[in-house]
Design a protein around this ligand. Sequence first.
Ligand SMILES: NC(=O)c1ccc[n+]([C@@H]2O[C@H](COP(=O)([O-])OP(=O)(O)OC[C@H]3O[C@@H](n4cnc5c(N)ncnc54)[C@H](OP(=O)(O)O)[C@@H]3O)[C@@H](O)[C@H]2O)c1
Length: 185
Amino acid sequence: MKKNNKKITVIGHAIISRDCFIADAVGSMPPDLRSDSDWKLFQEDLYYSDLVMIGRTSYKKFPENKRNRLIPTNQINGYDMREDLCFFNPNDIPMNQILLKYKPYPKKIAVAGGQGVYQLVFEQFAYSEFHLSIKENYELKEGIHMIKGINQLELVNEYMNKHGMYQSDKRRLDSDTIQHRYLKS
Ligand SMILES: NC(=O)c1ccc[n+]([C@@H]2O[C@H](COP(=O)([O-])OP(=O)(O)OC[C@H]3O[C@@H](n4cnc5c(N)ncnc54)[C@H](OP(=O)(O)O)[C@@H]3O)[C@@H](O)[C@H]2O)c1
C-alpha cells in the first residue's frame, strides 16, 4: 500500500465478542474476551512492527512498555514527539502528516485500538490488513464496541467493505475463537 508516496503496511488487530464489543462497560477486557492464540499472533505482529498505534486509555495501562508508540489524544494541540512516544491531536495534524515526522518513515504499523483509534485509521488513513478475532460463544451485551454503534458481525463486514476491505481468510485459533482476516482490495 502506498500513502504519502511511501510504501507502508498497516495492520489492525482486535478481538471482539459475538456482539462486537472490545471491552466491557467499565472499559476492561474480561478474561472470556481473551484467547492465548490470538494474543500470541498479536504479539508476533507487534514484534515485527516499527510503530504501534494505541489509544490513550490503553497506553495508560502499560506506559512503561518500550515499544515505539503513536497515541492520538484531544488533550494537546498539535503533537509532542519524544524518543519512543508520540502524542498527536488528529484534529490539528492528520495521520498522514504525523507519519511524515518519523525519520525514517515507518514501514509497518500495528493498530491496537481501541474504538477511536480503529475509526481514525479507517477515516484518515487506511489499513492494508485487519485481523479480527471473534469469541463466537461470548456476548457482552454492553460495553465498548469495536466500531461505534455496530453490534452485529454482518455489519462489521459491511463496514469493512465500505472501506475497501474484503475478507480473505478465516482461521480457527481455538475451540471458541475464529479469526477473520481482511485485506485491502
Ligand atoms: N478487544 C480488543 O481488541 C481491544 C483493543 C484495544 C483496547 N481494548 C480495551 O478497550 C479499552 C478501552 O478502549 P477505548 O476505545 O475506550 O480507549 P482507547 O482507544 O484505548 O483510548 C481512548 C482515548 O484515546 C484517545 N483517542 C482515541 N481515538 C482518538 C481520536 N480519533 N482522536 C483523538 N483522540 C483519540 C482519546 O484520548 P484523550 O482522552 O486524551 O483525548 C480517548 O479518550 C481499553 O482500555 C482496553 O482494555 C480492547
